[in-house]
Design a protein around this ligand. Structure first.
Ligand SMILES: [Mg+2]
Length: 366
């Protein structure tokens, strides 16, 4: 059978969008997105047609080991044209790419192939998925700031319809507790998903669980309480959180691969995992990890680094392809001061919007 797909051109450019407020988490700070926009032209050699696809390689050092400079270097080292496999997977020539570069390139390729086949991304990667998906509702992230500042952000987002807040914690436990109390009292009826980005010691994480239970704070899940490599600590938090709250403990930085998932399951370290395209090297890898986690009875969050609509819509299609995702966290485009990919600011709201063709067609937010 003749080769079907070929990348004919590839370009990469900085996708540096300022945030409305500094995005401060336990492990770092972002003021401008350190991302790369990848564009490819893919030819369908059978139909003699050509389409352009976009992908976002979102970095977030030190959560990701890659920087934009590393992404540019890795992509620049590829030799064009690149013949793809029959299912439009990246070939062995791309094996040396880091996970951020690989994820962005894979989405760009699939975006182009989806346009050539007139298929939405989610259905392209998961033909058996229920389509169109049920409505997907996202939380909105509150970065670390003064507790009353965080409560003020929550009030503003609640006026836009958000009821679930992903609250960044893990820097100073007393300030974190003050913020959780302020948000819960300012927005009655909200739910809180807390994310420490590995910032707590085990003792601090256990103390936070006790305080959440004592104050009856509406926390539903606790993401990455302790250091990435310390799965024993996460397992201990999970046991405490189940008995005192109950709160689901989710692994994020600790779960990047199927091997990581196996270790988490062996140790009973988490109730669920957070999937991110750039963490695991692409949307198809995330689909595989997500399905394995679902088969093992784990809960799923689908999230992103600090990404524009290009990356967020790709993650939305992963969410739709998997189905049953408990915690969609597809919000970061709304934390930006600009929307370079044509998403209007008045789109801001918890209902996740797919590309310009809706769920029925191809395209990633432009
Ligand atoms: Mg996280």
């Amino acid at each position: 059978m003749p080769q079907r797909w070929r990348i004919e051109t590839l370009s990469a450019a900085p996708l540096a969008v300022p945030l409305r407020d500094p995005f401060v988490i336990a492990s770092g700070r972002v003021d401008v997105t350190p991302n790369v926009l990848i564009r490819v032209a893919v030819r369908d050699l059978a139909a003699h047609a050509l389409a352009e696809g976009w992908g976002e390689a979102a970095t977030l050092p030190p959560v990701t080991s890659e920087t934009p400079t590393a992404v540019f270097a890795a992509l620049g080292a590829l030799t064009l044209p690149i013949d793809l496999t029959d299912d439009a997977s990246l070939p062995a020539a791309c094996a040396g790419l880091g996970p951020c570069a690989r994820a962005g390139l894979e989405v760009a390729v699939l975006d182009a192939v989806g346009q050539l086949l007139r298929l939405p991304l989610g259905l392209l990667i998961a033909p058996e998925a229920v389509w169109p998906p049920a409505p997907i509702t996202s939380d909105i992230t509150l970065a670390i700031a003064a507790p009353m500042t965080m409560a003020g952000w929550a009030t503003d987002f609640a006026a836009r319809g958000f009821t679930a807040f992903k609250v960044k914690v893990g820097r100073a436990i007393d300030d974190d507790l003050a913020a959780l109390r302020a948000i819960a009292s300012t927005v009655p009826g909200c739910t809180l998903r807390i994310d420490a980005n590995g910032g707590y010691t085990l003792a601090e994480a256990l103390r936070l669980c006790d305080a959440i239970a004592a104050d009856r704070l509406p926390v539903t899940c606790f993401e990455q309480p302790c250091a990435t490599a310390d799965l024993a600590a996460m397992a201990a938090v999970r046991r405490a959180a189940a008995s005192c709250a109950p709160i689901a403990v989710l692994a994020d930085e600790s779960c990047k691969s199927l091997g990581d998932l196996d270790r988490i399951l062996d140790l009973g370290a988490a109730d669920g995992i957070n999937l991110k395209l750039v963490k695991s090297g692409g949307i198809r890898a995330c689909l595989q990890i997500g399905r394995a986690a679902q088969a093992a009875g784990l809960l799923l969050m689908v999230g992103a680094m600090v990404e524009t609509r290009v990356g967020i819509v790709a993650a939305a299609h992963l969410t739709a392809a998997l189905g049953g995702v408990a915690y969609p966290d597809l919000d970061t485009a709304w934390l930006l001061a600009d929307h370079p990919c044509a998403a209007a600011a008045d789109d801001l709201g918890p209902l996740v919007k797919p590309g310009p063709a809706g769920w029925a067609g191809p395209g990633l937010g432009r």
